[in-house]
Design a protein around this ligand. Sequence first.
Ligand code: KG4
Ligand code: ZN
Length: 359
Amino acid sequence: MSKIGRILAVETSCDETAVAVVDNGRRIVTNVVASQVVLHSATGGIVPEVAARAHLRWMIPVLEEARSQAGIDDWSELEAVAVTEGPGLAGSLLVGITMAKTLAWVHGLPLVPVNHLEGHIYAAWLLDPDEPDRPAPEFPLVALVVSGGHTFLVEMVDQLTYRLLGQTVDDAAGEAFDKVGRLLGLPYPGGPAIMKAAAGAEQRDRVFPRAWLGDSFDFSFSGLKTAARREVARELGADVDTMSSDAQPLPEAAVAELAHGFQESVVEVLSTKTLRAAEEVGAQTIIVGGGVAANSVLRGRIEQAAAERDIRVIVPRPGLCTDNAAMIGAAGYFRARAGARAAADLAARPSLKLALPAA
Ligand code: KG4
Ligand code: ZN
């Protein structure tokens, strides 16, 4: 007998090999993630072929770990298999899709395709195995997704329904963290490293520019990279035009101050626009998702501003903000209920979008 509401989810879109089992779109039964961070730190970033090979290496052990933790002996206990179809790296997506397709076929289960970005939003629905129950996010809501590859704001008036409010016109917020982290000589990925360095800043007077882009809800972060280069060159007395983008030999105090100034700029723009969007659409809830939502300064700033306006904020715990399969299991449940089904020819969609700008 299939256990209604139990979804097994597979996520391999970027550099984490992940399998989870989630009940009713909310309760995590198990959530296994094999991270490639150590592997990619050697190159200071993700090499797509290396990532795909690592997924091949870890896919079966991660699946087996999740299966055994969830105590799945009889696969008919599952309602469906959900898998990330995109966006992401083609070779990486292919490993998870092939795995999920095979599982669905062998066990006679429906295969449900999930958009990775929708997963980052539905992470807000998740409950850890021992976590007390809490109400699901209420609509209308505004979701800010800030990851290594994406930065956008959407309004949701109902499940699975998105209206794009704004998006980055150049770099994603996480990408800016990673590039500036690299310039400052911090370890990969730059986000957590910058957050840690910034917390140790004694002087907090380095001001980086803010790209407000008028009244729009769009973002721009590429100017921050240039600003950081300029600041570093000034610190070293070097020529900004010939200076490399790799680790620069800066004193620790300067790294901390620059990390702080940079982070302040990103956090102020993200939090200000998110709050303004929430007020404009009369949101009950603000959701923040994606790897950069693991940033405690960003979380704190949005929580404080929303509390003043009586808006509920849901930011998943850091491990559910970065890539994982539980979020795909949550989104996959709602997709499955809405009738989404993939055929055996499901293909990777590296450039899949969540919502398009209004015409
Ligand atoms: O969502 P994610 O795990 O993968 C993508 O789908 O891109 O996001 C990864 C990004 C990286 O750019 C990383 O630097 C950033 O999230 N990140 C952070 C923090 N933790 C991860 N950025 C700022 N502060 C953090 N604590
Ligand atoms: Zn992601």
